[in-house]
Design a binder for this molecule. Structure first.
Ligand SMILES: Cc1cc2nc3c(=O)[nH]c(=O)nc-3n(C[C@H](O)[C@H](O)[C@H](O)COP(=O)(O)OP(=O)(O)OC[C@H]3O[C@@H](n4cnc5c(N)ncnc54)[C@H](O)[C@@H]3O)c2cc1C
Length: 468
């Protein structure tokens, strides 16, 4: 089913009351959509732009327990995230892969300190661990990261975490939702809420940005999963609503692979501002980030600040043989963390827990704040448990723990860049067997073939769901 037929269905039944209506097509909303549809609830999700247009395409792309949260003592979050890391890798192996990380040690006690810390991390992952952490010599550290600055280097700690493709996972979640008889429509913006005579939220008014038409859609329960935009929806519910979000901006820069040779990533556990910085191989380039800058705006296109770019460049330069400069930056992306505002507003954003928080308004609308991509499945389970109760739906258990996500394949060959298509690769190969010239690459410097473009354009899902 494509966007057009989902809208036709909507228009054909204007009086229909959906079991669950979700606003927002990022990790939180799409996860909830998959959970609800796979329990058999009649579910509609509306996204104002492309799926994952917001924060969910601007992450560091790590499926991780969060070494920093361990240092902060947020044990419950680390345990939950490590468990979810294992499930994400099991259910979407075409988009989640193991990644070797090296913590370089420039002070001798960093060796034992981080080795013990990472052993605790391994223990917490239990059976879902990806490999044993260990202390390694200076020579081995350089073997893993050949262009690491050697001045003062005493050794390193190797550990394993996951890396994933955030935007593609979002699209695959939308496809999984639709395969489970849910409807997910993009370019559909919620512009107002419907209220019953008793003041309960019972649906939305939404504008189709393609046709310009506004639709009135009824639902037994409405879920606000709009990331940094949740306060806008809460204001539609109650114009005096208090702010629930403290947005924090994080940026990444992309550098050429020559800055980080080999397949391993670097993790700097403590930057000058007390954060963590990663340099991770990413589709033949290197992604370096991130920052944690408290901001007071929401935006679908946040802009990196010059000082954030400078901070990343100067921190990376301390650890790399070759100093990256402004002209080496190939691209930049910025995202806003929808952090749950703490009671004590003085707290810095880097100190705020990345755990999630469910808010149920007096009008029975459910809002989700905080969270991480890694824990999207568990967040979704919590949201839908609550939504089913509020809407008075039949009690049905969550089935996503062992549910393959669209594109799932058992054996993934990561050496071919097309592995990210998973089971959809068959469609691309079919195109090539019918028209062999489609196997040609688009440009000698790029691995992408003409067949990938033709497949993307022809696929009824990807016409609307393509995220570049
Ligand atoms: C810099 C950075 C790095 C990160 N790195 C990691 C990481 O490595 N690993 C990890 O696990 N997590 C990471 N995270 C956290 C993770 O990316 C977020 O927690 C997650 O993406 C939030 O998803 P969301 O669905 O809540 O918000 P969003 O992705 O922002 O989705 C909300 C959606 O709602 C839509 N919307 C808003 N208003 C309306 C409306 N009126 N009608 C319809 N739709 C609407 C928006 O267009 C948007 O698409 C990172 C975050 C940042 C900022």
């Amino acid at each position: 089913m494509n966007r057009e037929s989902m809208i036709k269905n909507l228009e054909a039944q204007p009086e229909k009351v959906w079991d669950i209506l979700i606003i927002g097509g990022g990790a939180t909303g799409l996860g909830a959509g998959v959970d609800a549809a796979s329990r058999g609830y009649d579910t509609l999700l509306l996204e104002q732009a492309d799926f994952a247009k917001g924060t969910s395409s601007r992450s560091t792309k790590l499926v991780h327990g969060g070494v920093r949260y361990l240092a902060q003592g947020d044990i419950a979050l680390v345990l939950e995230a490590l468990h979810e890391r294992g499930l994400m890798r099991q259910n979407a192996p075409h988009l989640v892969k193991d990644q070797v990380f090296i913590i370089p040690n420039y002070v001798w006690w960093d060796g034992p300190f981080y080795t013990i810390g990472m052993k605790v991390y391994d223990m917490m992952a239990g059976k879902l661990g990806l490999g044993p952490s260990e202390h390694i010599s200076k020579e081995e550290t350089i073997k893993y990261i050949p262009n690491l600055s050697e001045k003062g280097l005493s050794g390193g700690v190797i550990y394993y975490d996951g890396q994933f493709d955030d935007a593609r996972l979002a699209v695959n979640l939308a496809q999984t939702m639709v395969e489970n008889k849910g409807s997910a429509i993009n370019y559909f913006e919620v512009v107002d809420l419907l209220k019953s005579d008793e003041g309960m939220v019972c649906g939305v008014k939404a504008k189709d940005h393609e046709s310009g038409k506004t639709h009135t859609i009824k639902a037994k329960v409405v879920i606000n999963a709009t990331g940094v935009f949740v306060d806008n929806i809460l204001k539609m519910n109650d114009k005096n609503a208090k702010k629930t979000i403290k947005p924090s901006q994080g940026i990444h820069i992309i550098l050429d692979k020559s800055f980080l040779q080999g397949e391993s990533a670097i993790m700097i556990p403590k930057t000058s501002d007390g954060r963590v910085l990663f340099a991770v191989p990413w589709h033949g380039k290197v992604v370096v980030g991130t920052t944690d800058t408290q901001v007071d705006y929401d935006s679908l296109e946040p802009r990196a600040l010059e000082e954030e770019i400078e901070f990343i460049l100067s921190t990376a330069a301390q650890y790399l043989k070759k100093d990256p400069t402004r002209k080496d930056v190939l691209s930049i992306f910025a995202g806003l963390r929808p952090l749950a505002a703490p009671e004590d507003d003085s707290e810095e954003t880097k100190e705020i827990s990345r755990g999630h928080k469910l808010i149920v308004s007096e009008s029975c609308m459910i809002t989700m704040t905080g969270g991480k991509w890694t824990t999207y499945r568990k967040m979704a389970e919590d949201i839908i448990d609550k939504a089913a109760m509020i809407a008075g739906l039949d009690e049905r258990r969550c089935v996503t723990k062992n549910m393959p996500i669209h594109g799932y394949v058992a054996n993934v060959d990561h050496s071919n860049h097309q592995y990210i298509y998973g089971s959809d690769l068959v469609g691309i190969q079919k195109l090539v067997s019918n028209q062999p010239e489609l196997a040609d690459v688009l440009h000698p410097n790029l691995p992408f073939t003409k067949a990938e473009v033709v497949w993307a354009v022809r696929s009824p899902l990807c016409v609307y769901w393509w995220v570049g």
